[in-house]
Design a protein around this ligand. Structure first.
Ligand code: F3S
Length: 755
């Protein structure tokens, strides 16, 4: 349906040659991830080796996927690039904005109503620029990507942290911010620090109650939530080949919980079967032809400790089911020890809700295994003691599982089927609860379980497990129940034991769907109008930022001297502001409201030099802007750490800030500032931070000769007439200086497109 076989053929046509070239320059056998990365260099055929964990490298991903929350600003920006079509196949998925409240049909109708303007915008902008559009109810981005777009050896970026899900089909798939998606859609390079590699050797075979989910729950326990940072996790070994393709996807999905760049499995029989089962036999046939490149070199598998930076071994035959939590996904408990942990820690043993599905665990295999437990409610006369919800990952899965009677089984157990969307997984859950102050427990087959993640309630203890364990515990209504060893009392008062789960990797009758929810874009979108209501408070078309005026910048006012930690959350707060992420002017009212003013130790209270009064940061910035005066933000160490949210760079630019001068930057934020045409500078001498005074006017000198490696001069004009001269370093290369001059990277692309 929606995949692009020609693009895939082109990737495979150059794959071998690039891998051979990479092996030569690297001078040793290659891991699978290295093969895929070197085959996707922006410069083409590899000519030099990169240092793992050190070198920043430009890549050319094959695809872009965006979810509806992050797609809004990304596409508003893309419109600025002046292109008629996206440069690589791209898709938009409406999954994050649907709130779970009553059940699939009603919730979807409400979402379509409430989010109409956002959906209309996304549908029209997709139609115009050649982007595939998956409407609300079509499914969750990662499941839809796995079913339609992922392919072995491919590389994609997605504007969501669980994009690595596609690693289950052998793809290097990385979660990024909207600005990165814009770059790739506009044909620019995408930069990544060349990662390091963790090898996970799987031996043995899963059996009984143990599922693929337990592999990643175990790995999370070993590596912790930070252990994967800067690494790609590569799974291999006989055990890996025995896990279904969708099981592999579950494992890769939750690699996000250990901070990994991504996770990946080598192409194998299970992937081939999944491709064939999802009507992509032609891709499997193409992958077969280059199969030797879609796995690590034999020497790597023979001596993995030599080639991976870290190595973990797990014997699947000995792996127990796990339950992880509460409040963090790396608190890993083997099932046999969990009941004791619940008692010792005083976690509420009563299980109130069991939730299965989500992007992590809603494959046909997951649903059949969970249903094989649910049907024992009927056959063994058990009544589910907890509430139970089912979130199918896609309409393909929902339709097929309905056809095969699985949803009926969940219904008979008392379950509620929710829309094919994120829902409770992202906190879009209007949970009905008598007393939110009561400590309570829920268990999900999702991936994240931080406090408040699912229902916004800090008293909720959320645990994570496989769908079959969640279903068994929902039947018991008790966290201390161990289905492997314990019995349950049925409605007749008899003790019954649950049989082990059974499942099917793929439906015997094949997948089926009536309306998958996909809208293909227009062949020629020139005449398509992008729909944005000028009165909308959620969406606003962007105007290109003004180009540099060609002179030094003088008479700028100090807006804020931020003290201490200033993350992208301090700069552009999330929470209720997310609603405005498609409306730059409205969301700019949160600019720097979380940053601490060094002069009064307060947040969101800075001096307006024009009036001498204190006011909120955005209000003061707007006052300067209205008077035609630019402003400057001064920051401390590691300014802009945290999420890669581009709003943190766009908002100051929009409100007239001309430069951010700090002791040091978080790199991604520094790059985002450059892309928006802003000056991101660092004190050559960090102690000069102390010279900045509250009433300073600031000049930035040297811009006419703005050159890589040459510092700029900052003049601090103090209120008493004295001056301080300080030097500011920058990391702009020649191309980035052109972004500054053009007003933004997108302005430059637009100019180039016109020529
Ligand atoms: Fe993310 Fe869960 Fe949706 S992990 S994509 S929020 S289903």
């Amino acid at each position: 349906m929606a995949f692009d076989i020609e693009m895939i053929r082109a990737v495979y046509a150059r794959f071998g040659e690039r891998v051979e070239a990479a092996r030569k320059v690297v001078g040793r056998p290659l891991t699978l991830s290295e093969k895929i990365l070197y085959a996707h260099l922006y410069e083409g055929t590899p000519t030099k080796a990169f240092d793992r964990g050190k070198t920043y490298v430009d890549f050319a991903p094959d695809r872009v996927a965006m979810q509806d929350a992050t797609a809004q600003m990304a596409l508003l920006q893309f419109m600025q690039a002046g292109k008629s079509k996206v440069s690589v196949p791209s898709t938009v998925h409406c999954d994050h904005l649907i709130q779970a409240k009553i059940g699939a049909d009603q919730d979807l109708a409400t979402a379509n109503n409430q989010n109409k303007e956002v959906y209309d915008f996304l549908a029209s902008v997709s139609n115009k620029y050649g982007i595939g559009f998956w409407k609300a109810g079509a499914g969750i981005i990662h499941q839809v990507v796995l079913e339609n777009y992922a392919f072995p050896g491919g590389m994609m970026i997605g504007t969501d942290s669980h994009t690595p899900n596609a690693g289950g089909l052998g793809m290097i798939a990385i979660g990024v911010g909207g600005a990165d998606a814009v770059d790739v859609m506009a044909g620019m390079a995408w930069e990544l620090k060349f990662p390091k590699f963790i090898g996970v050797k799987l031996t043995g075979k899963l059996s009984g109650w143990t599922a693929a989910k337990d592999v990643i729950l175990k790995v999370a326990g070993i590596l912790t939530v930070k252990g994967g940072t800067g690494y790609i996790v590569e799974y291999f070994g006989d055990g890996a080949e025995s896990i279904s393709c969708t099981g592999k996807a579950t494992i890769c999905n939750m690699g996000a919980e250990i901070g990994a760049t991504t996770s990946v499995f080598a192409y194998d029989k299970k992937m081939k079967e999944y491709l064939e089962g999802t009507e992509r036999a032609d891709i499997a046939a193409e992958a077969d032809k280059v199969a030797r490149y879609l796995r690590a070199d034999d020497e790597v598998y023979a001596d993995p400790a030599k080639y991976y930076d870290q190595l973990i071994e797990i014997n699947l035959s000995e792996l127990e089911p796990h339950i992880n939590g509460p409040f963090t996904p790396d608190a890993a408990w083997p099932l046999s020890q969990f009941s004791k942990a619940v008692k010792e820690h005083g976690w509420p043993a009563k299980l109130e809700v069991g939730l299965i599905g989500s992007c992590t665990n809603s494959s046909y295999e997951d649903m059949t295994r969970a249903a094989s437990i649910a049907e024992q409610a009927v056959s063994k006369n058990l009544k589910a003691k907890s509430e139970f919800t089912v979130t199918p990952g896609s309409e393909l899965v929902r339709y097929t599982t309905e056809r095969d009677g699985l949803l009926q089984t969940f219904d008979e157990m008392g379950g509620v089927v929710l829309a094919n969307a994120c829902g409770p997984c992202i906190g879009q859950w209007a949970r009905h609860m008598d007393d939110p102050n009561r400590k309570n427990s829920i268990i999900t087959s999702f991936n994240r379980n931080f406090a408040k993640r699912n229902d916004g309630n800090p008293n909720t203890h959320a645990f994570v497990a496989s769908p079959e364990i969640v279903t068994a515990l929902a039947l018991a209504g008790d966290l201390t129940f161990n289905p492997v060893t314990d019995t349950l009392t049925n409605e007749e008062g008899k003790q019954v034991k649950l049989d082990e789960p059974k499942g099917l990797e793929l439906p015997i009758k094949g997948f089926a769907v009536e309306d998958a929810g996909y809208l293909a874009p227009a062949e020629d979108g020139t005449g398509v109008q992008v729909k944005v209501d000028p009165l909308s408070d959620r969406l606003q078309l962007l105007e290109g930022f003004k180009p540099w005026e060609g002179t030094d910048l003088t008479g700028l006012k100090l807006l804020i001297k931020a003290k201490g930690k200033c993350t992208t959350d301090h700069i552009s707060m999330a929470g209720p502001w997310l609603k405005y992420r498609g409306h730059l002017d409205n969301i700019s009212n949160n600019m720097l409201i979380g940053a601490t003013n060094a002069y009064n130790d307060r947040t969101n209270s800075v001096k307006n030099q024009l009036s001498g009064t204190y006011a909120e940061v955005p209000a003061v910035a707007r006052a300067y802007k209205a008077s035609g005066i630019g402003s400057v933000v001064i920051g401390d160490e590691n300014y802009g750490e945290g999420s890669s949210r581009e709003h943190a760079a766009m908002e100051p630019r929009h409100l007239g800030v001309r430069a951010i001068l700090v002791k040091s930057f978080a790199r991604i934020h520094e790059t985002n500032l450059k892309k928006q045409g802003m000056l991101g500078l660092t004190f050559m001498n960090p102690k000069d931070y102390d010279k900045v005074q509250e009433d300073d006017s600031i000049d930035i000198i040297g811009l006419k000769d703005f050159t890589p490696g040459v510092p700029l001069i900052i003049i601090l004009n103090h209120a008493n007439g004295s001056k301080d001269y300080v030097l500011a370093n920058h990391t702009y290369n020649e191309g980035q200086i052109e972004w500054f001059k053009a007003g933004s990277a997108l302005n430059l692309i637009r100019l180039q497109n016109r020529q």
